[in-house]
Design a protein around this ligand. Sequence first.
Ligand code: OOB
Length: 556
Amino acid sequence: MLDLTEPVLPGCAPWPADLARRYRDEKLWTGETFGDVLTARAAATPDRTAVLDTAHRWTYAELDHRSRSLATGLARLGITPGDRVLVQLPNRAEFVEVVFALFRLGALPVFCLPAHRAAELVPIAEAAAATAMITSGVHQRFDYAALAETVRAQVPSLRHVLLVLDEGRQLPEKAYDIAEFRDEPVELVGPSASDVAFLQLSGGSTGIPKLIARTHDDYLYSVRRSAEICELDSDTVYLATLPVAHNFPMSSPGILGALWAGGAIAMTPDPTPATAFPLIERFGVTITGLVPPLARLWAERAEAGATPDLSSLRVLQVGGARCQDELARRIGPALGVTLQQVFGMAEGLVCYTRLDDPIDVVVSTQGRPMSEFDQIAVVDDNGNEVEPGAQGNLITQGPYTIRGYYDNPEADARSFTADGWYRTGDVVSVRSDGNLVVAGRAGDWVNRGGEKVSAEELEAHLLEHPDIRDAVIIGTPDPVLGQRICAFVQPASPEQRPTLTTVRKFVRERGVAAWKMPDAVVVVDQFPETGVGKTSRKELRQALADGAHGSRPTPA
Ligand code: OOB
């Protein structure tokens, strides 16, 4: 009998035995592994399409065979169960092959984003004590093989670099081509469902990366529930538009949800309308997920007319950052889809609006937890629950939310309560209908002389300005007031650039309190982005601190 009080991987906090037993008794954790799911689908529908990209179309039988074959080859190379393997691949079919090969072997993929560079990858590889890295050759003019070599040179545990190469590409001297490891499959023992399946990265990591260990049991439960809520079936074609290693396109319901439902995974190498729209038509895509800046771009492109045929697309998910109501209202009509808001985190909890929710819920809320076993609470800074409906800090625990980071007691002390609830860092309110409204990250408030201004609230006002395409509010240090309000704005057109005077006048005329007026307006053509495409407030703050953009706030 499995002792549930033992950590599943040294350095990981286990679920308390009573909760783990409950999740098993309730059949949330079913004892299946990812390998088991693929085996079952390949047996049931061997000839249905499992994965397609611009260069490949694999059936379930082919994907199953490829993953067994590569698992066997990786075992021959000396990769063993429990080994950590950095995976940094663009959205292409081989991502699925590689990840399922590692799952079958019981080695743990460490999911890195294509945007990561040595400054991120070295500490990640060190924290994970990774033994291998699987990456691509040159992609979008960046040499990932050279990057992997840089990482290997600095991380002694990292022995092997394996590359997914396009045909005709030359193999660098010290690396392997994964094609050399597609062996005749042999049966491998494989992991058990309570084992850790992979390591995911926490968003917004600084310093020592926070690694998130997810088990087959817990992650598969979230995948299954997500697929149910998103009404996936064997006709689903899920397009991985965001970088597929991220939790949202991976499992909410993502590529794993599509696979669980027996549908197809489609991949686009880049998320722009120019690339993704023709692929939606070509592959008959039914659902995909975007971060808000991309959703804005897609809506604008569709509103401009003359797009490829997007009529197969039924559901467009938006998540990863707050989708402003103004944008949410436009998406359905512009793209002819049902909008679904998704509020989730790699640590676990994912909330969805449901596909049959009234439009007010879909446009104005970030949905409700996927599971009746998710527990959420909204607490003040002392940890006491706030009045129903009031804003506060969201904490959560449940059948697929981790109870501690991988081997990082300092981060655990900050991010988890003594009894294992995860402090999300998000400020939310819960409406009487149970849906959450995300007001922002706890740090996204500007404290102007003691008056707190919600960045999200002020941004929503600015988005109503005809000359403003997108807006981000940042607090800047001020010797007298503590902080001042700086508005970064993207102009709607190059000719009409908003100014401090016009913006303040506009906000005032909307009946907003005087102390919420921006103290400075900085017009920029593009916002910096995180690896998954969210607008990076951190970089904007840094730009202000560095005096970039000539953006020292001017006294109003
Ligand atoms: C997703 O995961 P992460 O780990 O990259 O980021 C999590 C954080 C949340 O704590 C929250 O601050 C923010 O991203 N966030 C949202 C949001 N979705 C995520 N803030 C406002 N509204 C939303 N809809 O971003 C992620 C993981 C799974 C599914 C979807 C997103």
